[in-house]
Write a protein that binds this ligand. Structure first.
Ligand SMILES: [Zn+2]
Length: 249
């Protein structure tokens, strides 16, 4: 049977309360709403940035296509200009002039087709530029929200860290001087007891597992000396009696 001064046993409940508080703070820090919001915004941002890259690539490709279409039209136009000048100069045989006339007709048709193609690709470029602008605006908006959430999260974490640090200091004071073997037993039980290593005995109930002790166990605990360390028969935790029942029964 472990033995430890009754006062040390009762101080264990203060240590337990502080450990519980520290665990709650750690849990709250890990489950801050801003964390989930931030994760969701970051997921959206990754997706939007991917879309932005695709949209930008499309704009670049279509810009190149427009330039190529302009060059195609320009080539046909200058060829026609040259032909027209030669035709106007009247030099060459009648056969030459007839060939030039035919070529001019064919060039005019070709120019029409090329200009239509140019127009079509220009429209596609405008559409792609609009899409790119929209996705770029969405990326900017998500970045703003990300920064705001990050600031919220930092502030919330800092507030918790300040509390946790105060609790840790208080815990040091609280645990200081408590019987080492009792503290070691408490730590071992706490590690396996879901964070609870010591609990008060309230009436006939263990505050650790919330179960009522049977009359025999209860009587045995009441009969213990104040410096006997009682354990709950159900959960095995250190059962701390209050002063009134500190083994004086
Ligand atoms: Zn119990």
């Amino acid at each position: 049977m472990t033995k430890a001064p009754a006062a040390d046993q009762r101080r264990l409940l203060d240590v337990q309360a502080l450990d519980t508080r520290a665990a709650q703070l750690a849990h709250r820090r890990k489950t801050l709403p801003a964390l989930a919001d931030l994760e969701s915004v970051r997921g959206g941002l990754v997706q939007a940035e991917r879309e932005q890259v695709t949209a930008k690539t499309l704009v670049k490709d279509l810009s190149r296509e427009v330039a190529k279409a302009e060059t195609d039209v320009e080539q046909v136009r200058s060829r026609a200009d040259r032909d027209r000048k030669r035709l106007e100069s009247g030099s060459g045989t009648a056969k030459d002039l007839q060939a030039l006339t035919h070529e001019l007709e064919s060039l005019a048709r070709r120019q029409g087709v090329l200009e239509e193609a140019e127009l079509e690709v220009m429209e596609r470029l405008e559409e792609a530029e609009r899409s790119h602008a929209a996705v770029a605006a969405r990326v900017a908006e998500l970045k703003t929200r990300e920064a705001a959430l990050k600031a919220d999260l930092d502030a919330a974490e800092l507030a918790i860290d300040v509390d946790a640090s105060a609790v840790a200091n208080e815990r040091l004071d609280s645990a200081s001087g408590i019987d080492a073997a009792l503290l070691a037993l408490y730590e071992r039980l706490r590690a396996h007891g879901g964070g609870l290593g010591a609990a008060a005995l309230r009436g006939n109930r263990c505050e650790g597992c919330r179960l009522e002790l049977n009359p025999t166990d209860l009587a045995a605990i009441r009969a213990m000396k104040p410096d006997d360390v009682a354990r709950c028969e159900e959960c095995g935790r250190i059962l701390v009696r209050d002063e009134k029942h500190g083994g004086s029964a």
